[in-house]
Write a protein that binds this ligand. Structure first.
Ligand code: URA
Length: 209
């Protein structure tokens, strides 16, 4: 178990340094050519809730901060609606570099960046993992022993899935329960009022947890 503030900070710094130097990533060249930054994550290293999106967009790659554009405004609004402060949670993505034209992440990109996310989950040891969008749901649920619960996001959103005991043991978590709550991606809610309503309802679940 990783306990102290300093230990967690140091492990996160190590992740940041490794991602910065990740020349083998197919997104590395695009980052350098566009003077972009990798986006590691932001928030409390002791957060009870961890939000996981897909990949940085334009604003994120310019600032190095996750969810700081329009999707981020919606995320902030949703957090506020249930009285959760953004600085209390941890926000990150599976893929740490921006894909060109904001296209969906490719399987090989998820494969390269996924292990960094795994390490972030290990460091933070959240009680709740809220996945934003289908990519992070499809990545995180099998990682935590919930592959048998995978369904399209239209079915799984807003549901609470308890990580099975065997998966907790595999991650070295004793006396620690973890719940996964798949959510729609806030970017969809920018243009779709129905999704926004649904997201608002689903965020109530996080408050209850
Ligand atoms: N969309 C994401 O999935 N992540 C971000 O950081 C921003 C937009």
């Amino acid at each position: 178990m990783i306990q102290t503030v300093e230990e967690r900070k140091e492990l996160m710094r190590k992740i940041r340094d490794e991602v910065i130097a990740l020349k083998k990533s197919p997104l590395y060249k695009f980052r350098i050519e566009n003077k972009n930054l990798p986006v590691i994550g932001e928030g409390s290293h002791f957060a009870k809730i961890m939000f996981i999106g897909e990949a940085p967009g334009r604003n994120e790659a310019k600032t190095g901060r996750p969810f700081c554009g329009r999707a981020g405004d919606i995320l902030n609004e949703l957090l506020e609606s249930v009285g959760i402060k953004r600085e209390e949670v941890y926000v990150t993505n599976i893929v740490k570099d921006r894909p060109p034209q904001n296209r969906d992440p490719l399987p090989e990109e998820i494969e390269i960046y996924g292990p960094f996310l795994d390490r972030q989950i290990e460091i933070i040891q959240p009680k709740v993992i809220a996945t934003l969008g289908r990519y992070s749901m499809y990545y995180v649920m099998p990682k935590l022993g919930l592959e048998f619960e995978l369904e399209p996001i239209s079915k799984n959103h807003g549901k609470i899935f308890a990580v099975p005991r065997e998966a907790l043991a595999k991650w070295g978590w004793k006396n620690h329960e973890v719940k996964i709550v798949p959510l729609y991606h806030p970017a969809v809610a920018v243009y779709n009022a129905h999704t926004l309503d649904q997201l608002k309802k689903d965020f109530e679940v996080l408050k209850d947890l």
